[in-house]
Design a protein around this ligand. Sequence first.
Ligand code: PLP
Length: 282
Amino acid sequence: MTFLPLSAPGETPLRVMTIAGSDSGGGAGIQADLRTFAMLGVHGCVSVAAVTVQNSLGVKGFHEIPLDVITGQIRVVATDIGIQAAKTGMLASSAIIEAVAETWRELQSGAGAAPLVVDPVCASMHGDPLLHPSALDTLRTELFPLATLVTPNLDEVRLITGIDVVDAVTQRDAVQALHALGPTWALVKGGHLRSSSHSPDLLYDGTDFYEFDAERIDTSHDHGAGDTLAAATACALAHGYSVPDAVAFAKGWVTECLREAYPLGHGHGPVSALFRLRSRGV
Ligand code: PLP
């Protein structure tokens, strides 16, 4: 695959921020985001919103970071280091979503605003909750309207829109319902449409539909796939890619990361961005 351009030695790379949860097992969340940022040559900045107690078997619990610490991380980085794109992941509660949205509006309104990818993380692949159910409405009304792109998986689509995506028709209904909530673009990932040997994702901007039909990699080690797709999209947007081009790039990236996924612990292993080291000849 073709990678993103790298900065010259000594030159400041583009900066991308992840506002998300820590995964102690290192497979998903902030750890996956930073791995993708680094492997794509972007300088990763972080606002830790929650710390999960997690291994390959599931999420045993989590701790929410105080609101002023979450918003403070965003503010001090944005006003000093500067960011060319950001993504959100696990935000845990309605209060955190509200605080992040308010800070983003304050820092990034108007012309020159950085693109924001909202990955509306609701639960782990094991079904462990990562977002309080009462926070769904805040997600829809506060964060979605600020998003350049939202990237829910099919379970998240069901929770957010009430639509059960089972085929191409319901996938189209769902992407339109998501777009009606205010993001500039909506993506419905088809990764778990099990009937398909391919994994078609559908992107919509209120006018045009774009379908991305990458090869479906059959592995149980897909922990962190959603985070990795959103992180790679944010990196491409930081480089000035259009949203369809950024999603196409990220889809290629996550497909390679899935191909290189590895077992870890006694449960589900993570997708691996580390293949990039091999392709660099290291
Ligand atoms: N833990 C954290 C901190 C996450 O952000 C996420 C997903 O975004 C997960 C766990 C769940 O990842 P998966 O659905 O791949 O298990």
